[in-house]
Write a protein that binds this ligand. Structure first.
Ligand code: FAD
Ligand code: DLZ
Ligand code: SF4
Length: 508
Protein backbone atom coordinates (compact mmCIF):
# COMPACT_ATOMS: atom_id res chain seq x y z
CA UNK A 1 0.00 0.00 0.00
CA UNK A 2 1.30 3.44 -0.94
CA UNK A 3 2.73 5.57 1.89
CA UNK A 4 2.91 9.35 1.84
CA UNK A 5 6.44 10.59 2.48
CA UNK A 6 6.33 14.15 3.80
CA UNK A 7 9.24 16.42 2.87
CA UNK A 8 9.04 19.92 4.37
CA UNK A 9 10.62 23.12 3.12
CA UNK A 10 13.54 22.81 5.54
CA UNK A 11 14.08 19.10 4.85
CA UNK A 12 15.70 19.41 1.44
CA UNK A 13 18.51 16.94 2.12
CA UNK A 14 18.64 14.16 -0.48
CA UNK A 15 18.90 11.43 2.18
CA UNK A 16 16.51 12.80 4.81
CA UNK A 17 15.33 10.08 7.21
CA UNK A 18 11.81 9.64 5.76
CA UNK A 19 13.18 9.10 2.25
CA UNK A 20 15.70 6.54 3.47
CA UNK A 21 12.82 4.47 4.87
CA UNK A 22 10.60 4.85 1.78
CA UNK A 23 10.11 2.65 -1.24
CA UNK A 24 10.83 4.53 -4.47
CA UNK A 25 8.78 2.12 -6.53
CA UNK A 26 5.61 2.55 -4.58
CA UNK A 27 5.55 5.51 -2.17
CA UNK A 28 4.56 9.07 -2.95
CA UNK A 29 6.67 12.02 -1.79
CA UNK A 30 4.45 14.92 -0.71
CA UNK A 31 5.84 18.45 -0.90
CA UNK A 32 3.54 21.43 -0.50
CA UNK A 33 3.87 25.18 -0.68
CA UNK A 34 1.18 26.29 1.76
CA UNK A 35 -0.20 29.59 3.01
CA UNK A 36 -0.16 28.43 6.65
CA UNK A 37 3.64 28.02 6.65
CA UNK A 38 4.13 31.30 4.83
CA UNK A 39 1.90 33.25 7.23
CA UNK A 40 2.38 32.00 10.80
CA UNK A 41 4.75 34.93 11.17
CA UNK A 42 5.22 37.62 8.50
CA UNK A 43 8.36 36.08 7.01
CA UNK A 44 10.83 38.23 5.12
CA UNK A 45 10.04 37.91 1.36
CA UNK A 46 13.61 36.67 0.71
CA UNK A 47 13.09 33.84 3.20
CA UNK A 48 9.85 32.74 1.53
CA UNK A 49 11.45 32.97 -1.92
CA UNK A 50 14.48 30.95 -0.80
CA UNK A 51 12.34 28.17 0.60
CA UNK A 52 9.90 27.94 -2.30
CA UNK A 53 12.62 28.10 -4.96
CA UNK A 54 14.73 25.49 -3.16
CA UNK A 55 11.66 23.26 -2.68
CA UNK A 56 10.82 23.36 -6.40
CA UNK A 57 14.39 22.50 -7.40
CA UNK A 58 14.57 19.74 -4.83
CA UNK A 59 11.32 18.21 -6.14
CA UNK A 60 12.82 18.17 -9.66
CA UNK A 61 15.89 16.40 -8.30
CA UNK A 62 13.86 13.81 -6.49
CA UNK A 63 11.87 13.12 -9.66
CA UNK A 64 15.10 12.82 -11.65
CA UNK A 65 16.29 10.31 -9.06
CA UNK A 66 13.21 8.18 -9.68
CA UNK A 67 10.85 9.35 -6.92
CA UNK A 68 7.18 10.06 -7.52
CA UNK A 69 6.53 13.51 -6.13
CA UNK A 70 3.15 15.15 -5.57
CA UNK A 71 4.14 18.81 -5.45
CA UNK A 72 1.59 21.51 -4.64
CA UNK A 73 2.29 25.05 -5.67
CA UNK A 74 1.02 27.92 -3.58
CA UNK A 75 -1.27 29.12 -6.36
CA UNK A 76 -2.68 25.65 -7.13
CA UNK A 77 -6.49 26.16 -6.83
CA UNK A 78 -6.82 22.77 -5.09
CA UNK A 79 -4.20 23.68 -2.47
CA UNK A 80 -5.64 23.01 1.00
CA UNK A 81 -3.48 25.75 2.53
CA UNK A 82 -1.76 23.78 5.29
CA UNK A 83 0.55 20.78 5.62
CA UNK A 84 -2.10 18.62 7.37
CA UNK A 85 -4.67 19.67 4.74
CA UNK A 86 -2.33 18.72 1.90
CA UNK A 87 -1.60 15.33 3.46
CA UNK A 88 -5.33 14.64 3.70
CA UNK A 89 -5.85 15.75 0.09
CA UNK A 90 -3.10 13.42 -1.17
CA UNK A 91 -4.42 10.61 1.02
CA UNK A 92 -7.88 10.90 -0.47
CA UNK A 93 -6.45 11.05 -4.02
CA UNK A 94 -4.31 7.93 -3.56
CA UNK A 95 -6.13 5.95 -0.89
CA UNK A 96 -3.01 6.12 1.30
CA UNK A 97 -3.56 5.78 5.04
CA UNK A 98 0.04 6.00 6.26
CA UNK A 99 2.40 8.96 6.48
CA UNK A 100 6.13 8.84 7.10
CA UNK A 101 7.64 12.14 8.20
CA UNK A 102 10.96 13.40 9.49
CA UNK A 103 10.51 15.33 12.72
CA UNK A 104 9.72 19.00 11.95
CA UNK A 105 11.89 21.67 13.57
CA UNK A 106 8.97 23.42 15.30
CA UNK A 107 6.59 22.10 17.99
CA UNK A 108 3.74 23.96 16.27
CA UNK A 109 3.98 21.71 13.22
CA UNK A 110 4.71 18.52 15.18
CA UNK A 111 1.50 19.07 17.13
CA UNK A 112 -0.46 19.82 13.95
CA UNK A 113 0.80 16.62 12.30
CA UNK A 114 -0.17 14.59 15.34
CA UNK A 115 -3.78 15.73 14.86
CA UNK A 116 -3.99 14.43 11.27
CA UNK A 117 -6.40 11.46 11.13
CA UNK A 118 -3.89 9.23 9.30
CA UNK A 119 -1.43 6.66 10.62
CA UNK A 120 1.65 8.81 11.23
CA UNK A 121 5.22 7.78 11.92
CA UNK A 122 7.68 10.54 12.75
CA UNK A 123 11.37 9.68 12.39
CA UNK A 124 14.26 11.38 14.15
CA UNK A 125 15.93 14.06 12.04
CA UNK A 126 19.41 12.54 11.95
CA UNK A 127 21.02 15.38 10.02
CA UNK A 128 22.07 16.53 13.49
CA UNK A 129 24.99 15.00 15.37
CA UNK A 130 23.20 14.69 18.70
CA UNK A 131 19.82 12.98 18.88
CA UNK A 132 17.28 14.14 21.47
CA UNK A 133 18.22 11.12 23.56
CA UNK A 134 21.95 11.95 23.27
CA UNK A 135 21.33 15.49 24.43
CA UNK A 136 19.08 14.44 27.29
CA UNK A 137 21.67 11.89 28.43
CA UNK A 138 24.33 14.59 28.40
CA UNK A 139 22.09 17.11 30.20
CA UNK A 140 20.69 14.72 32.80
CA UNK A 141 21.81 15.48 36.33
CA UNK A 142 23.88 18.53 35.38
CA UNK A 143 23.27 21.58 37.55
CA UNK A 144 24.14 23.89 34.70
CA UNK A 145 23.97 23.32 30.96
CA UNK A 146 27.07 24.86 29.49
CA UNK A 147 27.70 24.69 25.77
CA UNK A 148 31.47 24.41 26.24
CA UNK A 149 31.24 20.97 27.86
CA UNK A 150 28.67 19.71 25.38
CA UNK A 151 30.95 20.94 22.58
CA UNK A 152 33.89 18.93 23.91
CA UNK A 153 31.74 15.80 23.74
CA UNK A 154 30.89 16.61 20.14
CA UNK A 155 34.58 17.10 19.33
CA UNK A 156 35.39 13.71 20.82
CA UNK A 157 32.48 12.07 19.07
CA UNK A 158 33.25 13.47 15.61
CA UNK A 159 37.04 13.44 15.96
CA UNK A 160 37.06 16.99 14.55
CA UNK A 161 40.23 18.87 15.53
CA UNK A 162 41.34 16.02 17.76
CA UNK A 163 44.84 14.62 18.16
CA UNK A 164 44.10 11.32 19.80
CA UNK A 165 42.19 12.16 22.98
CA UNK A 166 43.52 15.72 23.09
CA UNK A 167 42.24 18.84 21.34
CA UNK A 168 44.38 20.04 18.42
CA UNK A 169 46.73 22.81 19.50
CA UNK A 170 46.38 21.82 23.17
CA UNK A 171 43.22 23.88 23.84
CA UNK A 172 39.52 23.26 23.26
CA UNK A 173 38.71 26.89 22.65
CA UNK A 174 40.75 29.66 21.01
CA UNK A 175 38.34 32.53 21.64
CA UNK A 176 41.04 34.43 23.48
CA UNK A 177 42.70 35.00 20.10
CA UNK A 178 39.43 36.10 18.47
CA UNK A 179 37.11 39.09 18.66
CA UNK A 180 39.19 41.94 17.34
CA UNK A 181 37.36 45.12 16.38
CA UNK A 182 37.36 45.65 12.60
CA UNK A 183 39.44 48.38 11.01
CA UNK A 184 37.60 50.05 8.16
CA UNK A 185 40.48 49.57 5.70
CA UNK A 186 40.25 45.76 5.83
CA UNK A 187 39.87 43.87 2.58
CA UNK A 188 36.44 42.26 2.78
CA UNK A 189 35.27 39.67 0.27
CA UNK A 190 32.02 40.49 -1.50
CA UNK A 191 29.51 37.69 -1.03
CA UNK A 192 28.98 35.22 -3.83
CA UNK A 193 25.81 36.11 -5.74
CA UNK A 194 23.58 34.05 -8.01
CA UNK A 195 21.47 35.67 -10.69
CA UNK A 196 17.93 34.23 -10.57
CA UNK A 197 17.25 31.61 -13.24
CA UNK A 198 13.80 31.06 -14.77
CA UNK A 199 12.55 28.88 -11.93
CA UNK A 200 13.66 31.42 -9.32
CA UNK A 201 12.12 34.30 -11.32
CA UNK A 202 8.79 32.50 -11.28
CA UNK A 203 8.95 32.19 -7.49
CA UNK A 204 9.97 35.82 -7.12
CA UNK A 205 6.89 36.93 -9.08
CA UNK A 206 4.67 34.80 -6.86
CA UNK A 207 6.27 36.07 -3.64
CA UNK A 208 6.09 39.66 -4.84
CA UNK A 209 2.37 39.30 -5.53
CA UNK A 210 1.54 37.47 -2.28
CA UNK A 211 4.03 38.76 0.27
CA UNK A 212 5.36 41.96 -1.23
CA UNK A 213 3.94 43.91 1.74
CA UNK A 214 5.95 42.01 4.34
CA UNK A 215 8.94 43.71 5.96
CA UNK A 216 12.09 43.31 3.84
CA UNK A 217 13.29 43.70 0.28
CA UNK A 218 12.71 40.83 -2.14
CA UNK A 219 15.02 42.32 -4.78
CA UNK A 220 17.81 41.88 -5.55
CA UNK A 221 17.50 38.15 -4.82
CA UNK A 222 20.94 36.57 -5.14
CA UNK A 223 20.82 33.64 -2.74
CA UNK A 224 21.80 30.03 -3.51
CA UNK A 225 18.73 27.88 -4.16
CA UNK A 226 20.21 24.41 -4.67
CA UNK A 227 22.89 22.20 -3.18
CA UNK A 228 25.57 23.01 -5.81
CA UNK A 229 25.18 26.72 -5.30
CA UNK A 230 25.21 26.35 -1.51
CA UNK A 231 28.38 24.27 -1.83
CA UNK A 232 29.89 27.08 -3.90
CA UNK A 233 29.07 29.56 -1.09
CA UNK A 234 30.90 27.32 1.38
CA UNK A 235 33.92 26.94 -0.92
CA UNK A 236 34.04 30.68 -1.45
CA UNK A 237 33.92 31.26 2.32
CA UNK A 238 36.77 28.80 2.92
CA UNK A 239 38.86 30.41 0.16
CA UNK A 240 38.26 34.05 0.99
CA UNK A 241 36.98 34.62 4.54
CA UNK A 242 37.74 31.68 6.81
CA UNK A 243 41.30 32.78 7.68
CA UNK A 244 39.93 35.98 9.24
CA UNK A 245 36.68 34.49 10.60
CA UNK A 246 37.90 34.19 14.18
CA UNK A 247 39.65 37.55 14.34
CA UNK A 248 36.66 39.58 13.22
CA UNK A 249 33.76 37.38 14.29
CA UNK A 250 32.34 40.00 16.64
CA UNK A 251 33.17 43.12 14.65
CA UNK A 252 30.58 45.38 13.03
CA UNK A 253 31.15 47.88 10.23
CA UNK A 254 28.74 50.35 8.66
CA UNK A 255 27.51 49.21 5.27
CA UNK A 256 29.49 45.92 5.51
CA UNK A 257 26.94 43.41 6.80
CA UNK A 258 28.85 40.24 5.97
CA UNK A 259 32.49 40.84 7.04
CA UNK A 260 34.17 37.41 7.30
CA UNK A 261 31.04 35.41 8.10
CA UNK A 262 30.15 32.30 6.15
CA UNK A 263 26.51 33.18 5.26
CA UNK A 264 25.61 29.49 5.23
CA UNK A 265 23.13 29.23 8.12
CA UNK A 266 20.03 29.28 5.91
CA UNK A 267 21.52 26.60 3.63
CA UNK A 268 22.45 24.38 6.56
CA UNK A 269 19.03 24.82 8.11
CA UNK A 270 17.03 23.92 5.00
CA UNK A 271 19.25 20.98 4.08
CA UNK A 272 21.29 22.31 1.15
CA UNK A 273 24.49 21.79 3.16
CA UNK A 274 25.37 19.03 5.58
CA UNK A 275 26.77 20.26 8.93
CA UNK A 276 29.35 17.52 9.50
CA UNK A 277 30.56 17.62 5.90
CA UNK A 278 30.85 21.41 6.21
CA UNK A 279 33.01 21.07 9.32
CA UNK A 280 35.20 18.44 7.68
CA UNK A 281 35.86 20.76 4.76
CA UNK A 282 36.80 23.56 7.13
CA UNK A 283 39.05 21.23 9.13
CA UNK A 284 40.73 20.13 5.88
CA UNK A 285 41.54 23.78 5.10
CA UNK A 286 43.38 24.01 8.43
CA UNK A 287 45.20 20.73 7.82
CA UNK A 288 46.30 22.04 4.44
CA UNK A 289 47.67 25.17 6.11
CA UNK A 290 45.06 27.42 4.48
CA UNK A 291 43.46 28.77 7.68
CA UNK A 292 44.67 29.26 11.25
CA UNK A 293 43.44 27.12 14.12
CA UNK A 294 41.71 29.97 15.99
CA UNK A 295 39.45 30.61 12.97
CA UNK A 296 38.77 26.96 12.24
CA UNK A 297 38.10 26.00 15.85
CA UNK A 298 35.82 29.03 16.30
CA UNK A 299 33.83 28.13 13.21
CA UNK A 300 33.50 24.43 14.00
CA UNK A 301 32.41 25.30 17.56
CA UNK A 302 29.50 27.34 16.19
CA UNK A 303 28.24 24.35 14.23
CA UNK A 304 28.91 21.24 16.32
CA UNK A 305 28.70 23.24 19.53
CA UNK A 306 26.13 26.06 19.49
CA UNK A 307 23.93 24.80 16.67
CA UNK A 308 23.54 21.34 18.15
CA UNK A 309 23.31 22.64 21.70
CA UNK A 310 20.44 25.09 21.12
CA UNK A 311 18.51 22.40 19.26
CA UNK A 312 18.95 20.10 22.25
CA UNK A 313 17.59 22.84 24.53
CA UNK A 314 14.56 23.54 22.29
CA UNK A 315 13.41 19.94 22.19
CA UNK A 316 14.28 19.22 25.82
CA UNK A 317 12.31 22.20 27.10
CA UNK A 318 9.16 21.46 25.09
CA UNK A 319 6.54 23.77 23.53
CA UNK A 320 6.12 25.81 26.74
CA UNK A 321 9.59 27.30 26.21
CA UNK A 322 8.10 29.96 23.94
CA UNK A 323 6.09 31.41 26.84
CA UNK A 324 9.02 31.87 29.20
CA UNK A 325 9.36 35.42 30.47
CA UNK A 326 11.22 35.19 33.72
CA UNK A 327 12.09 38.87 33.84
CA UNK A 328 8.43 39.82 33.32
CA UNK A 329 9.19 42.08 30.36
CA UNK A 330 6.01 43.31 28.69
CA UNK A 331 6.72 46.33 26.53
CA UNK A 332 5.59 46.20 22.92
CA UNK A 333 8.16 45.79 20.18
CA UNK A 334 8.93 49.33 18.99
CA UNK A 335 8.30 50.29 15.38
CA UNK A 336 12.02 50.78 14.83
CA UNK A 337 12.40 46.97 14.57
CA UNK A 338 10.23 47.14 11.46
CA UNK A 339 12.25 49.97 9.96
CA UNK A 340 10.59 52.84 11.88
CA UNK A 341 12.60 55.99 12.44
CA UNK A 342 15.44 55.91 14.95
CA UNK A 343 18.42 58.11 15.64
CA UNK A 344 20.39 55.18 17.03
CA UNK A 345 22.90 54.38 14.30
CA UNK A 346 23.64 50.85 15.52
CA UNK A 347 19.98 49.79 15.52
CA UNK A 348 19.32 51.57 12.29
CA UNK A 349 22.23 49.71 10.60
CA UNK A 350 21.24 46.30 11.98
CA UNK A 351 17.57 46.68 11.05
CA UNK A 352 18.28 48.15 7.60
CA UNK A 353 20.66 45.29 6.76
CA UNK A 354 18.11 42.81 8.01
CA UNK A 355 15.49 44.34 5.71
CA UNK A 356 17.86 44.30 2.77
CA UNK A 357 19.37 40.84 3.17
CA UNK A 358 17.23 38.82 5.65
CA UNK A 359 20.60 38.51 7.41
CA UNK A 360 22.49 40.04 10.30
CA UNK A 361 25.47 38.42 11.92
CA UNK A 362 25.51 37.04 15.43
CA UNK A 363 26.77 40.10 17.29
CA UNK A 364 24.29 42.38 15.56
CA UNK A 365 21.50 40.01 16.64
CA UNK A 366 22.84 39.55 20.16
CA UNK A 367 24.45 42.85 21.14
CA UNK A 368 22.46 45.37 19.09
CA UNK A 369 18.83 44.33 18.50
CA UNK A 370 18.84 41.72 21.29
CA UNK A 371 20.69 43.85 23.82
CA UNK A 372 18.36 46.79 23.18
CA UNK A 373 15.26 44.60 23.52
CA UNK A 374 16.49 43.25 26.83
CA UNK A 375 17.54 46.61 28.28
CA UNK A 376 14.24 48.18 27.17
CA UNK A 377 12.16 45.35 28.67
CA UNK A 378 10.49 44.28 25.42
CA UNK A 379 8.13 41.29 25.62
CA UNK A 380 10.42 38.36 24.68
CA UNK A 381 7.68 36.62 22.72
CA UNK A 382 7.31 39.63 20.44
CA UNK A 383 11.06 39.68 19.93
CA UNK A 384 11.00 35.94 19.26
CA UNK A 385 8.36 36.39 16.58
CA UNK A 386 10.37 39.21 15.05
CA UNK A 387 13.57 37.14 14.81
CA UNK A 388 11.60 34.19 13.47
CA UNK A 389 10.10 36.38 10.74
CA UNK A 390 13.00 38.49 9.54
CA UNK A 391 15.95 36.11 9.11
CA UNK A 392 16.22 33.67 6.23
CA UNK A 393 17.81 31.09 8.55
CA UNK A 394 15.10 31.29 11.23
CA UNK A 395 13.33 28.12 12.34
CA UNK A 396 12.13 27.80 15.88
CA UNK A 397 14.51 25.02 16.98
CA UNK A 398 17.46 27.36 16.49
CA UNK A 399 15.89 30.80 16.76
CA UNK A 400 13.90 30.39 19.98
CA UNK A 401 16.75 29.30 22.31
CA UNK A 402 18.99 31.97 20.83
CA UNK A 403 16.37 34.67 21.36
CA UNK A 404 14.58 33.64 24.52
CA UNK A 405 17.55 31.94 26.19
CA UNK A 406 20.80 33.47 25.06
CA UNK A 407 19.62 36.94 24.18
CA UNK A 408 16.64 37.72 26.45
CA UNK A 409 17.39 35.62 29.57
CA UNK A 410 13.66 34.80 29.48
CA UNK A 411 14.39 31.24 30.61
CA UNK A 412 16.17 32.51 33.72
CA UNK A 413 19.63 31.52 32.55
CA UNK A 414 19.11 27.91 31.58
CA UNK A 415 22.34 28.05 29.63
CA UNK A 416 23.68 31.60 30.07
CA UNK A 417 25.36 32.40 33.38
CA UNK A 418 24.47 36.08 33.10
CA UNK A 419 22.46 38.25 30.74
CA UNK A 420 24.14 39.50 27.56
CA UNK A 421 23.84 43.22 28.23
CA UNK A 422 26.17 46.09 27.55
CA UNK A 423 26.22 49.85 27.54
CA UNK A 424 27.18 51.71 24.37
CA UNK A 425 30.89 51.11 25.13
CA UNK A 426 30.87 47.58 23.81
CA UNK A 427 29.17 48.63 20.56
CA UNK A 428 31.64 51.48 20.20
CA UNK A 429 34.61 49.16 20.74
CA UNK A 430 33.42 46.56 18.24
CA UNK A 431 32.00 48.82 15.51
CA UNK A 432 32.29 52.12 13.67
CA UNK A 433 28.61 52.91 14.27
CA UNK A 434 28.88 55.50 17.02
CA UNK A 435 30.74 58.07 14.94
CA UNK A 436 27.67 58.72 12.81
CA UNK A 437 25.07 58.51 15.55
CA UNK A 438 22.71 61.23 16.74
CA UNK A 439 23.70 60.19 20.27
CA UNK A 440 27.08 60.36 21.95
CA UNK A 441 28.42 57.10 23.26
CA UNK A 442 30.76 58.94 25.62
CA UNK A 443 27.84 60.79 27.20
CA UNK A 444 26.40 58.82 30.09
CA UNK A 445 23.80 61.31 31.26
CA UNK A 446 22.06 64.38 29.94
CA UNK A 447 21.67 65.79 26.46
CA UNK A 448 22.55 63.32 23.72
CA UNK A 449 23.38 60.46 26.11
CA UNK A 450 23.48 57.12 24.28
CA UNK A 451 20.25 55.25 25.18
CA UNK A 452 22.27 52.06 25.74
CA UNK A 453 24.17 53.89 28.51
CA UNK A 454 20.96 54.95 30.27
CA UNK A 455 19.06 51.71 29.81
CA UNK A 456 22.00 49.56 30.89
CA UNK A 457 21.79 50.95 34.41
CA UNK A 458 18.00 51.07 34.25
CA UNK A 459 17.95 47.31 33.56
CA UNK A 460 20.43 46.54 36.33
CA UNK A 461 18.58 48.67 38.82
CA UNK A 462 15.13 47.23 38.10
CA UNK A 463 16.45 43.65 38.23
CA UNK A 464 18.72 44.15 41.20
CA UNK A 465 17.03 41.47 43.30
CA UNK A 466 17.69 38.85 40.67
CA UNK A 467 21.22 39.72 39.62
CA UNK A 468 23.10 41.43 42.45
CA UNK A 469 24.05 38.10 43.99
CA UNK A 470 25.35 36.77 40.67
CA UNK A 471 29.13 36.43 41.19
CA UNK A 472 29.77 37.60 37.62
CA UNK A 473 27.80 40.81 38.19
CA UNK A 474 28.88 41.89 41.64
CA UNK A 475 31.49 44.35 40.32
CA UNK A 476 28.92 46.05 38.11
CA UNK A 477 26.59 46.61 41.05
CA UNK A 478 29.52 47.90 43.10
CA UNK A 479 30.16 50.52 40.40
CA UNK A 480 26.49 51.53 40.43
CA UNK A 481 26.50 51.80 44.21
CA UNK A 482 29.57 54.04 44.16
CA UNK A 483 27.79 56.60 41.97
CA UNK A 484 26.31 59.63 43.71
CA UNK A 485 22.66 59.13 44.51
CA UNK A 486 21.47 62.13 42.49
CA UNK A 487 23.39 60.82 39.45
CA UNK A 488 21.76 57.42 39.82
CA UNK A 489 18.33 59.07 40.11
CA UNK A 490 18.96 61.17 37.04
CA UNK A 491 20.05 58.10 35.00
CA UNK A 492 16.87 56.28 35.99
CA UNK A 493 14.66 59.28 35.22
CA UNK A 494 16.25 59.73 31.82
CA UNK A 495 16.02 55.98 31.17
CA UNK A 496 12.31 56.19 32.00
CA UNK A 497 11.95 59.02 29.51
CA UNK A 498 13.51 56.88 26.75
CA UNK A 499 11.10 54.05 27.58
CA UNK A 500 8.15 56.45 27.66
CA UNK A 501 9.05 57.74 24.21
CA UNK A 502 9.22 54.18 22.90
CA UNK A 503 5.87 53.35 24.49
CA UNK A 504 4.29 56.44 22.94
CA UNK A 505 5.54 55.35 19.52
CA UNK A 506 7.90 58.32 19.31
CA UNK A 507 11.27 57.85 17.61
CA UNK A 508 14.27 57.27 19.86
P1 FAD B 1 28.78 32.31 10.97
O1 FAD B 1 29.06 33.43 11.84
O2 FAD B 1 29.60 32.19 9.72
O3 FAD B 1 28.77 30.98 11.78
C1 FAD B 1 28.84 29.68 11.15
C2 FAD B 1 27.63 28.84 11.46
O4 FAD B 1 27.57 28.52 12.83
C3 FAD B 1 26.29 29.49 11.15
O5 FAD B 1 25.98 29.37 9.79
C4 FAD B 1 25.34 28.71 12.05
O6 FAD B 1 24.89 27.54 11.43
C5 FAD B 1 26.22 28.32 13.23
N1 FAD B 1 25.95 29.20 14.38
C6 FAD B 1 26.67 30.26 14.78
N2 FAD B 1 26.17 30.74 15.95
C7 FAD B 1 25.11 29.98 16.25
C8 FAD B 1 24.17 29.99 17.31
N3 FAD B 1 24.24 30.88 18.32
N4 FAD B 1 23.18 29.07 17.29
C9 FAD B 1 23.10 28.16 16.31
N5 FAD B 1 23.96 28.10 15.27
C10 FAD B 1 24.96 29.00 15.26
N6 FAD B 1 20.94 31.13 13.77
C11 FAD B 1 20.17 30.46 12.90
O7 FAD B 1 20.66 29.61 12.15
N7 FAD B 1 18.82 30.70 12.86
C12 FAD B 1 18.23 31.61 13.65
O8 FAD B 1 17.02 31.79 13.58
C13 FAD B 1 19.03 32.33 14.57
N8 FAD B 1 18.47 33.25 15.40
C14 FAD B 1 19.26 33.94 16.27
C15 FAD B 1 18.66 34.87 17.13
C16 FAD B 1 19.42 35.57 18.04
C17 FAD B 1 18.76 36.54 18.99
C18 FAD B 1 20.81 35.34 18.09
C19 FAD B 1 21.65 36.08 19.08
C20 FAD B 1 21.41 34.43 17.25
C21 FAD B 1 20.66 33.71 16.33
N9 FAD B 1 21.22 32.76 15.47
C22 FAD B 1 20.42 32.06 14.60
C23 FAD B 1 22.65 32.42 15.55
C24 FAD B 1 23.58 33.21 14.61
O9 FAD B 1 23.36 34.58 14.75
C25 FAD B 1 23.43 32.81 13.15
O10 FAD B 1 23.54 31.40 13.03
C26 FAD B 1 24.51 33.42 12.27
O11 FAD B 1 24.50 34.81 12.41
C27 FAD B 1 24.31 33.01 10.84
O12 FAD B 1 25.21 33.66 9.99
P2 FAD B 1 26.42 32.91 9.28
O13 FAD B 1 25.93 31.72 8.54
O14 FAD B 1 27.18 33.93 8.50
O15 FAD B 1 27.22 32.41 10.53
C1 DLZ C 1 9.20 28.55 6.42
C2 DLZ C 1 8.41 27.80 5.40
C3 DLZ C 1 7.65 28.50 4.45
C4 DLZ C 1 7.67 29.99 4.37
N1 DLZ C 1 6.88 27.85 3.56
C5 DLZ C 1 6.84 26.51 3.56
C6 DLZ C 1 6.02 25.80 2.68
O1 DLZ C 1 5.28 26.36 1.88
N2 DLZ C 1 6.03 24.45 2.74
C7 DLZ C 1 6.80 23.76 3.61
O2 DLZ C 1 6.80 22.53 3.60
N3 DLZ C 1 7.58 24.42 4.48
C8 DLZ C 1 7.64 25.76 4.48
N4 DLZ C 1 8.40 26.43 5.38
C9 DLZ C 1 9.20 25.63 6.33
C10 DLZ C 1 8.35 25.13 7.50
O3 DLZ C 1 7.74 26.24 8.14
C11 DLZ C 1 9.24 24.32 8.43
O4 DLZ C 1 9.39 23.05 7.91
C12 DLZ C 1 8.66 24.21 9.82
O5 DLZ C 1 8.64 25.46 10.41
C13 DLZ C 1 9.46 23.25 10.69
O6 DLZ C 1 10.77 23.66 10.88
FE1 SF4 D 1 24.35 52.85 19.26
FE2 SF4 D 1 24.78 54.49 21.35
FE3 SF4 D 1 26.69 54.10 19.54
FE4 SF4 D 1 24.50 55.48 18.90
S1 SF4 D 1 26.03 56.05 20.40
S2 SF4 D 1 25.49 53.91 17.66
S3 SF4 D 1 22.95 54.40 20.07
S4 SF4 D 1 25.84 52.56 20.89
Amino acid sequence: MVKLILVLGDQLSPDIAALRRADKAQDLVVMAEVAAEARYVPHHPKKIALILAAMRKHADRLRAAGWQVAYSRLDDPENAGSIPGELLRRASETGATRVLATRPGEWRLIEALEQVPLELEILEDDRFLASHADFDRWAEGRKQLRMEYFYREMRRRTGLLMEGDAPAGGKWNFDQDNRKPAADDLFLPDPLRFAPDKAVEEVLNLVEARFGENFGALHPFEMATDAEQAEAVLTYFIDTALPCFGDYQDAMLKGRPFLYHSLISAYLNIGLLDPLETCRRVEAAWKAGRAPLNAVEGFIRQIIGWREFVRGIYFREGPGYLDRNLLGHDRDLPALYWGGETGMACLSQAVAQTGEHAYAHHIQRLMVTGNFGLLAGIDPKQLHEWYLAVYADAFEWVEAPNTLGMSQFADGGLFASKPYISSGNYIDRMSDYCGSCRYSVKTKLGDGACPFNLLYWHFLSRHRDRFSANPRMGRIYATWDRMAEDRRDAILTQGDAVLDRLAAGEPV
